[in-house]
Design a protein. Sequence first.
Length: 93
Amino acid sequence: MKGTSANALSPTSRAGAAAPRSAPATTRGANASFETALACANDVGLLAEEVDSATGEALGNYPQAFSHIGLINAARAIHRAENARPDGPASHP
C-alpha cells in the first residue's frame, strides 16, 4: 500500500521536531512521534486516514475521526507520563 498509517510515521518524516529537553527521557520519542503526526494535519487541523510518507499527501477517508481520536489519546498519555509522580500516577486526569 502506498500510504502510511498515522501510527507508523517515523519521528523524523515531516516535522522533524524533537521533544523539549525538559521532557523525561521516556517521553521524548513519544513527543517526537506526536509532533510528526500533528504536522500531517491540514491548515484547519483535519487529519486524513493515511499519509503518503514520501510526499505528505493525505490519503484515504478525509477527515478521519479515528485519526483525531488517536492523536487526542496520545496527547493525554504523554501528558500523564510527563506528570506522573514517582510514587504513582498524577492525581489529575
